[in-house]
Design a protein around this ligand. Structure first.
Ligand code: NAD
Length: 390
């Protein structure tokens, strides 16, 4: 068996899920090829094998590499000379564990969607499996792909805000403000089903993004939390709104809000960080800007593309300032980072800046531990809970 180790050609990618009409698979496909880090050559795209094969044909996948299910794919790919290098998992939450475990067992690197798994036990097992396999696993926490999020992280690390006191992070959406799961919306249907979504509703689906973003920028470690979960839309069993108070090690406090019923909020991810000397604000719907304010100072609007940005932000920037970059480019930064991390590991060298600080299985495990603690706290009437140590 040979893999593309020495060549500079794109790595060969397979995908599980992301079939016709699916949401995130297409974002992965666009992102994987934006910087030529990967070429999609194989897949088991759909829970319905025939529909998956028909869809694969529209993507230009060779018939011999269009598979009816992921096990057949892994089995066949391990026996090919031009076997795939990595597998992207774009299926609903409850399938991530089994598919990822099978990919690792077959010797493939993995790029997996969040939340990593639906149970803490599975997340712990998967982290151990990645360590044992010595394979790479990236977890697509989208918001850590934005250049201005990296700039914020660099500014906090450089001490420009001083010691962090308060973190406010929110991820409100409006698309599930009515019971669309009972009107044929496939994505809402599995997200509101505890067997497929996991213990968290909004908190697992989007609260995990907010939690990762806050930790990614501030470097703070969660000590304990207290949560209130609400279910506003009749017929649901999982939360569609979550408020979580966060206590970080060292004394900083945080407040996290995730909501699927926030009318008027399209994709309103917002992070505010307040330190002893200054504060930062980043809003995903204006992703090319970062606001920085020093104590009693004027508000500085830092632009993506400015000459004095950090190497971490520059490495994730393609076009000059004034040419907006956004969601697809940020997601592509994660893919470019995964490609670089895989190549660097194979070559036995340190990754270039784009391949550093890629969210991985450990971040995925922390996200699942966070959701578990939130649900435990809410079920105990908001009592203080220490998340499982990871
Ligand atoms: P979706 O329902 O739109 O698509 C799921 C796809 O997986 C479908 O094509 C389905 O047929 C296929 N599938 C299901 N089980 C399969 C199996 N065993 N084998 C092969 N294919 C299978 O779901 P979605 O909204 O695209 O979400 C998928 C995942 O992506 C979820 O884990 C979700 O949390 C995550 N997600 C992440 C982001 C992000 O910003 N990173 C955004 C949206 C969704």
């Amino acid at each position: 068996m040979t893999a593309n180790t020495a060549s500079l050609a794109p790595l060969r990618l397979a995908m599980v899920g992301g079939g016709e009409g699916a949401y995130i698979g297409n974002i992965h496909r666009i992102s994987a090829r934006l910087d030529n880090g990967f070429q999609l050559v194989a897949g088991a795209f759909d829970i319905d094998a025939d529909r998956g094969r028909r869809f694969a044909a529209t993507l230009g996948i060779e018939d011999s590499r269009s598979y009816g299910d992921y096990r057949a794919m892994l089995d066949a790919e391990t026996r090919r000379d031009d076997r795939v290098d990595a597998v992207a998992i774009c299926t609903p939450n409850h399938t991530h564990f089994q598919i990822a475990q099978a990919c690792l067992d077959a010797g493939f690197d993995v790029i997996c969607e969040k939340p990593l798994t639906t149970t803490l036990e599975d997340a712990i097992a998967l982290e151990a499996a990645v360590k044992k396999s010595k394979r790479f696993m990236g977890v697509t926490y989208t918001y850590s792909g934005y250049p201005m999020v990296h700039e914020a992280r660099e500014m906090v690390a450089a001490g420009l805000l001083g010691a962090i006191r308060v973190v406010q992070v929110e991820y409100p959406l409006e698309w599930m403000a009515t019971a669309i799961e009972s009107q044929g919306n496939v994505q809402a249907a599995w997200r509101t089903d505890p067997k497929k979504s996991g213990r968290g509703g909004s908190i697992g689906d989007i609260g995990t993004h907010a939690y990762h973003l806050a930790g990614f920028v501030t470097g703070l470690k969660l000590e304990s939390l207290s949560a209130d979960l609400a279910t506003f839309v009749a017929g649901r069993t999982l939360d569609d709104n979550a408020h979580v108070m966060l206590r970080y090690e060292g004394g900083a406090r945080g407040l996290l809000w995730s909501s699927q019923v926030a009318i008027g909020c399209s994709n309103g991810v917002r992070l505010r960080v307040f330190g002893e000397k200054g504060s930062l604000t980043w809003f995903q719907e204006q992703p090319n800007e970062l606001e920085f304010t020093k104590l009693f100072g004027r508000v500085e609007r830092i632009k993506r593309g400015a000459e004095d940005l950090s190497p971490a932000a520059k490495a994730r920037t393609r076009t000059p300032p004034g040419h907006p970059e956004g969601y697809l480019e940020a997601f592509a930064n994660l893919y470019a980072g995964c490609a670089e991390a895989i190549r660097a590991r194979r070559d036995g060298r340190d990754p270039a800046p784009i391949g550093r600080n890629i969210p991985g299985v450990y971040d995925g495990l922390k996200g699942v531990a966070f959701v578990d603690a939130v649900v435990d706290s809410a079920q105990a009437g908001g009592s203080t809970v220490t998340p499982h140590a990871v």
